[in-house]
Design a binder for this molecule. Structure first.
Ligand code: CP3
Length: 358
């Protein structure tokens, strides 16, 4: 990728735990239905999937939040379920019901048929979107690529969609642990190939979303989720020194495992709001940057309450991090919701920059 110097590299510097003038901020689901311009572009595309599969329109919605707010990073507009879709599971969205698969994976025989998809074939549209967005950003801020974690992808692949209790996927893990490991293993190979291809196409940081790791008991988390996150962190080729493409491991409900995640070799760990940032700083001991972790519901509060909570989170990090603000990337503890007020997002972003100015 051409080396247009970045105009704003706060996010990458923070991930390297280097000094920055202000704490960088971006928001999970910063491109989405809370923005009227997103709803208009999605209507033009016809559906969410048509939007994600059209590199020009995916680029347009990636840039929309950056036109409104001085965010410090862009995130590829796509979905974690593109990978199982490309593995032949048939992704679709039933109105009001979230994602579903026509061909879920239920038995050891189903698992035996799975293979790593072709990054220049079925998933080429994702790499085209990365290239298009990277060119359009023109060095303004770094572009984050992403993937689901093997466990989180397996949840959707086995359940065939969302789930309340994850009974099918947990039963598979309990009844057929070897088949479950085979599923996680081929999915891990796919995740590594997918992240590598996004990096080659121009992604400047990579995030793994382990949205459902926290539904597992500690014993099962270590066996079925953490082990594969460790493999990704150690096997994913990402360069050296200041050219290294940082990897962030985000997990909902991962507070019990911060030490383990900090020891994987990833550059960043994403935390939800069930842990104080100061405690996260102490427990990760300067090994990694930490990203998070404001409760997304804070965005429904008043502007004054948002500013107070932002200040508390920033100070909690500083106090647990030996008095220094370095090594923190501000984010929510999970994604934004469609009914959030766009003006409140502006308040949050401004508060992060103002209250963290060095
Ligand atoms: O953060 C961003 O702005 C980048 C885009 C992004 C989307 N999905 C767009 C999207 C990212 C990073 C994701 C990741 C994703 N997708 C995750 C992991 C992160 C998380 O939220 O825990 C998961 C579990 C999925 C699976 C998925 N895709 C679900 C459960 C849904 C339905 C959600 C809902 O609120 O209806 C989707 C669809 C989806 N992915 C939307 C967006 C903007 C909404 C689709 C629409 O426009 O109707």
């Amino acid at each position: 990728m051409s080396a247009t110097p970045l105009k704003n590299d706060r996010f990458l510097r923070a991930l390297r735990r280097e000094p920055v003038d202000r704490t960088p901020v971006w928001l999970m689901r910063q491109a989405g239905r809370y923005l009227p311009e997103y709803r208009a572009t999605r209507a033009e595309a016809g559906s969410f999937l048509a939007l994600a599969k059209n590199p020009e329109l995916a680029c347009e919605v990636t840039l929309q939040p950056l036109r409104r707010y001085p965010l410090d990073a862009a995130i590829l507009f796509s979905d974690i379920l593109t990978v199982p879709d490309a593995m032949g599971l048939g992704l679709y969205f039933a109105e009001g019901e979230g994602p579903k698969f026509t061909n879920p994976v239920r038995t050891p025989a189903d698992i035996a048929h799975l293979a790593v998809p072709d990054m220049d074939g079925e998933l080429r549209y994702v790499m085209d979107a990365v290239r298009t967005i990277r060119a359009a950003l023109d060095g303004s801020v770094p572009l984050i690529g992403f993937s689901g974690s093997p466990w989180t992808l397996a949840c959707y692949m086995v359940e065939g969609g969302g789930s309340k209790d994850f009974a099918r996927v947990k039963s598979l893990a309990l009844n057929h642990p070897e088949a479950m490991h085979q599923l996680l293993s081929v999915t891990t190979d796919a995740v590594i190939a997918y992240l590598s291809a996004q990096r080659a196409a121009g992604a400047q940081a990579l995030q793994v979303f382990d949205t459902w790791g926290g539904v597992l008991s500690p014993r099962m988390y270590r066996e079925f989720s953490l082990r594969y996150l460790q493999r990704i962190a150690s096997e994913l080729e990402r360069g050296e020194g200041s050219d290294r493409t940082p990897l962030i491991l985000f997990g909902k409900g991962n507070a019990a495992y911060l030490e383990d995640l900090a020891a994987t070799g990833a550059e960043g760990v994403g935390a939800d709001w069930l842990v104080d940032l100061g405690e996260a700083a102490r427990r990760t001991g300067g090994k990694v940057a930490v990203q998070g972790n404001l409760d997304p519901v804070t965005l429904y509060a008043t502007p004054d309450a948002i500013r107070t909570e932002v200040g508390r989170a920033l100070d909690s990090w500083r106090d647990g991090n030996g008095g220094s603000r370095e090594g923190h990337v501000f984010n929510l503890g999970h994604g934004m919701s469609p009914d959030m007020d766009p003006d409140h997002v502006g308040v949050l972003v401004e508060a992060v920059h103002t209250l963290s100015a060095r």
